[in-house]
Design a protein around this ligand. Structure first.
Ligand SMILES: Cc1cc2nc3c(=O)[nH]c(=O)nc-3n(C[C@H](O)[C@H](O)[C@H](O)COP(=O)(O)OP(=O)(O)OC[C@H]3O[C@@H](n4cnc5c(N)ncnc54)[C@H](O)[C@@H]3O)c2cc1C
Length: 325
């Protein structure tokens, strides 16, 4: 009874959250004395075999279907449920991305199995013992997951990726039985979300965000200027997207993008729980706020207490001066 891990990838390169999920799945597989095997989707998934060997996967199932050319949550769920039915894995791990979580929810419904989302620890057993993030990361819950196959998603940026002993990955194709209903919802178009000169929010090493304290859409000019000077991406709070100052694709938080930059610079953001849920993965936080008592300041490694419209241009000017000199 192998342990499966769903691997999302871009052109055959597994993404960060999938490598983190593979780390947790590999630990679970080793504790159970079972091999780790991967499941991939996409026409270019075959090219990921080399990367999977580095993740320690002994086998990989590449899901192929003539009608499955883009992400289709129900079709992915159907394919995973069929793999569970035909291969009876001990567990299926998936990254806690929006796409994989949706696909796993469909898989759980099709396979009539429970699903534990946002796990950060997992140990095998008749009932798997898991620790998972609840309430936007403010609570750790210990739970037991029952069922013949345990279905788990792994909280993004909460598990540190660890190197594996490279394996020889045997790649095979798997064709699910898909009906029209499985393909009703599918991606038809991609829009580039280049908040900062082509850098995506989720992958950016530096993120500078603005909140209600920016005051208006135009008030984001100093936020954009600092992000550009640091080669980072621009983010924002939900108060900003609700006001229509920035698109929802820029929103950091529980109902926005989960980020894990080297440094996160929230400006004029109070630090509500739902916002913090999206930036817990940041290595360092530098808060800029007029209110020294704001929760974001308590959660930050560094803080500047002041008006962002004065502080940000001053920082940007210093960076430019240092570069020029
Ligand atoms: C179900 C649910 C999901 C949610 N999901 C999200 C989410 O994904 N992301 C998210 O962000 N929120 C989310 N929220 C909303 C969240 O609860 C807060 O309302 C929101 O984050 C507040 O945004 P803010 O910090 O920009 O605004 P405020 O809370 O109004 O804070 C503004 C801050 O700016 C400071 N300030 C004011 N002027 C200046 C200035 N000139 N210079 C510097 N600082 C200044 C103030 O001191 C204050 O701290 C969610 C809420 C719910 C109920």
């Amino acid at each position: 009874m192998a342990v499966f891990v769903l691997v999302e990838h871009s052109g055959g390169t597994p993404d960060d959250v999938s490598r983190q999920a593979a780390t947790l799945a590999r630990g679970y597989a080793e504790a159970a004395g079972e091999p780790l095997e991967a499941v991939l989707f996409g026409p270019d998934a075959g090219g990921a075999a080399q990367a999977l060997a580095a993740l320690g996967a002994a086998a990989a199932y590449v899901v192929v279907h003539e009608r499955l050319t883009a992400f289709a949550p129900q079709a992915w769920g159907r394919a995973i449920a069929e793999l569970v039915e035909t291969h009876s894995p001990a567990a299926v791990f998936a990254p806690g991305s929006e796409r994989a979580t949706e696909a796993m929810a469909h898989a759980a419904a099709f396979a009539d199995l429970p699903l534990a989302a946002n796990c950060v620890e997992a140990a095998p057993g008749e009932a798997a013992e898991v620790t998972r993030l609840r309430w936007g990361g403010s609570l750790l819950e210990q739970a037991r997951v029952h069922g013949r196959t345990k279905l788990l998603t792994v909280a993004p940026h909460a598990v540190e990726e660890a190197a594996a002993v490279p394996a020889q990955t045997v790649v095979s194709e798997f064709t699910p039985q898909l009906g029209d209903a499985d393909l009703v919802v599918q991606v038809v178009e991609h829009t580039q979300t280049d908040a900062g000169g082509g850098i995506s929010l989720a992958d950016a090493k530096v993120v500078v965000s603005g909140g209600r304290g920016a005051g208006s859409a135009e008030g984001f000019a100093p936020v954009e200027a600092l992000a550009a000077a640091l080669g980072g991406a621009v983010g924002c709070s939900r108060a900003v997207t609700i006001a229509g100052w920035r698109p929802h694709t820029d929103q950091v938080g529980q109902t926005g993008t989960k980020i894990a930059p080297e440094i996160y610079i929230p400006c004029g953001i109070s630090g509500a729980t739902q916002h913090m849920a999206g930036c817990k993965g940041a290595k360092r936080i530098l808060a800029i706020n007029t209110d020294a008592e704001a929760p974001i300041v308590a959660n930050a490694d560094y803080a500047v207490i002041g008006d962002l419209h004065e502080v940000l241009p001053a920082i940007t000017a210093e960076i430019e001066k240092a570069r020029a000199g």
